[in-house]
Design a protein around this ligand. Structure first.
Ligand code: 13P
Ligand code: SF4
Length: 306
């Protein structure tokens, strides 16, 4: 380990103890950030972890909607996002006003919002979901008519798994759409033994070529199964760090080296240390929005428990 990292890590861990903080990191974070986290996971696992922690401070190494979800669930804790510019471009593709307008056009529909959305959009939704539980959430609802926002591709994937009528919002992940179907086809030819596992934010043409369609947490669990020796990984490449670390001896091939989420990479060790020193930037959802958004998040967590 370089001296720079050793010094930074020592300072982060010391301050973390002083502040009674927990560090949560998403599976797409830089390897150096994943390595100092108390917990690394997908959006669902991270929200569950945030809901349960008894720490005073949550340092959220991920993107803005993830820190907001922690603030929605833990209003008494300080939630820090080490770089305030770390927003998810897909979440920015819908506003609360835009959603209100669409709801007026579809008065009978239940609104399911992907967790990759702002607190204001969650507050306008009936229930939230993540990539790990989207099909289960939609299937559990009484209504046959669903408005799914904002990811059209996750929404399309769900529509292939349910008989419910799903209206889509035209949002997408700029990182996952970089994964082209021809990359999967040619990697399969090069690695005929490999299993292909992709994230449901990928385009439908990519999804039909996959053996498995999973959340990032699901991809990690799948990789550790004994029969998987080689895996073509169709998601953001930050996950490769965790896959290789947890499965030495197995082979992980990114479907595209271009599948990088630049906002996720804004969080560095320096930023984490600075954030703990300054106790900033803090993400706090105003109470009125928080209570409405919490109803949608709680409903998702309840469905997960049933
Ligand atoms: P997961 O919930 O599967 O970790 O996905 C979050 C995300 O932002 C994918 O791009
Ligand atoms: Fe948002 Fe895509 Fe980045 Fe996930 S990978 S945080 S959906 S831009």
């Amino acid at each position: 380990m370089e001296n720079r990292d050793a010094r930074l890590i020592e300072d982060i861990l010391r301050l973390k103890r002083q502040r009674k903080a927990i560090i949560l990191a998403h599976n797409y974070q830089l390897g150096e950030v994943q390595d100092i986290a108390d917990f690394v996971g997908d959006s669902l696992e991270l929200s569950q972890k945030a809901a349960k922690t008894d720490a005073d401070v949550i340092v959220f190494c991920g993107v803005h909607f993830m820190a907001e979800t922690a603030s929605i669930l833990c209003p008494d804790k300080v939630v820090l996002l080490p770089d305030i510019h770390a927003g998810c471009p897909m979440a920015d593709m819908i506003t609360a006003e835009g959603l209100r307008e669409r709801k007026r056009e579809l008065p009978g529909a239940i609104v399911v919002c992907y967790i990759n959305s702002s607190a204001e959009v969650k507050a306008e939704s009936d229930v939230c979901c993540t990539s790990a539980n989207a099909v289960k959430v939609v299937e559990s609802l009484d209504s046959e008519e669903i408005l799914f926002v904002p990811d059209q591709y996750l929404g399309h994937y769900i529509s292939t798994k349910t008989d419910k009528r799903i209206s889509l919002w035209p949002g997408f992940c700029p990182t996952h759409i970089r994964i082209q179907p021809q990359y999967i086809t040619s990697l399969r030819q090069e690695h005929p033994q490999a299993r292909v596992a992709v994230h449901p934010e990928c385009r439908p043409e990519v999804i039909v070529l996959a053996d498995e369609v999973l959340s990032t947490g699901g991809l990690c669990r799948y990789a550790s199964r004994s029969e998987v020796k080689e895996m073509i990984v169709g998601t953001e490449i930050g996950i490769i760090h965790r896959l290789r670390k947890e499965n030495p001896g197995k082979k992980f091939i990114p479907a595209s080296e271009q599948a990088i989420c630049p906002r996720m990479k804004l969080i560095t060790l320096e930023r984490v240390l600075w954030s703990l020193q300054e106790m900033a930037p803090e993400v706090k959802v105003p109470q009125e929005i928080r209570l409405k958004a919490k109803a949608a998040v709680d409903k998702m967590l309840e469905i997960g428990r049933s």
